[in-house]
Design a protein around this ligand. Structure first.
Ligand code: C5P
Length: 243
């Protein structure tokens, strides 16, 4: 793998959306040697638990624990503390939980980091803005937020930044405005990625991998285009080569 390909791979987060550790392990084995990030979401975490996350860390992977916490501040603080102790590299909370909830998540991280062993790294704490499956009608008619999805996302991003978090999950379509509003160093993690011609599924606001990186996003999250492919390794390699 060239230096360029390695740096692209390091910014791709493969979503391990599987029902069991066995299935996820098979996928991880097939990607061996590719320095991508791995994402454990609720389906896998609720079945395979912290042990599975720790097994990925032992293999040397960077892990994004995508549990999208949204609860009262005290509960989220405790959750953030437990997650930080697991040693993940990135995790998230919903921006819709508000400033106090997000600040409490930070306090949970601080508490876990106090007295953590040498070499332990602070995880990136990320706020979820609007899900990439949310379209204008869902936002206005169901959730009850007026205006465009993009404006709602940027407003959330500003709230996430002022709450002291490291970045946001958003669609690649909003990256340029988020970076303008919150600064280049504010991290963007973008799902809703589909290689040209791939099945869109339930995603709504999407871009191809090269388009998303051209927006200046820090990380792309890709699930089904890799996990649902006949040959997941070949699918990931093709995505890396396309950027
Ligand atoms: O299969 P697909 O590429 O659509 O997977 C996208 C992944 O990113 C899923 O695991 C989903 O839970 C996650 N995600 C998302 N939109 C967000 C936050 C996370 O699609 N706003």
């Amino acid at each position: 793998m060239s230096e360029h390909q390695t740096s692209v791979a390091e910014r791709i987060i493969v979503a391990l959306d599987y029902a069991s550790a066995q299935e996820a392990e098979a996928l991880v084995r097939s990607l061996e040697g590719i320095p991508c990030y791995l994402k454990v979401g609720m389906q896998l975490f609720y079945s395979a638990g912290p042990q599975f996350v720790q097994s990925l860390k032992k293999k040397g992977y960077r892990v994004f624990l995508d549990l999208k916490m949204h609860d009262i501040p005290n509960t989220v603080k405790g959750g953030a503390e437990s997650i930080t102790r697991l040693g993940v590299d990135m995790f998230n909370v919903h921006a819709a939980g508000g400033k106090l909830m997000m600040e409490s998540a930070r306090e949970g991280v601080d508490k876990a980091m106090t007295g953590a062993g040498p070499g332990s790294k602070r995880p990136l704490l990320i706020g979820v803005t609007q899900l990439t499956s949310t379209n204008q009608a869902t936002l206005n008619d169901e959730i009850g937020i007026a205006g465009s999805v993009e404006d709602a996302v940027v407003r959330y991003a500003e709230l996430v930044r002022s709450s002291g978090l490291d970045g946001v999950v958003a669609s690649p379509l909003e990256v340029v405005r988020i970076k303008q509003a919150c600064g280049a160093g504010f991290v963007t993690v973008t799902p809703g990625i589909r290689p040209a011609g791939a099945d869109i599924g339930d995603q709504s606001r999407i871009m191809t991998p090269p388009q998303a990186f051209a927006q200046g996003t820090d990380y792309v999250v890709i699930g089904r285009p890799i996990t649902g492919a006949q040959d997941p390794r070949a699918a990931l390699e093709a995505i890396i080569a396309s950027v």
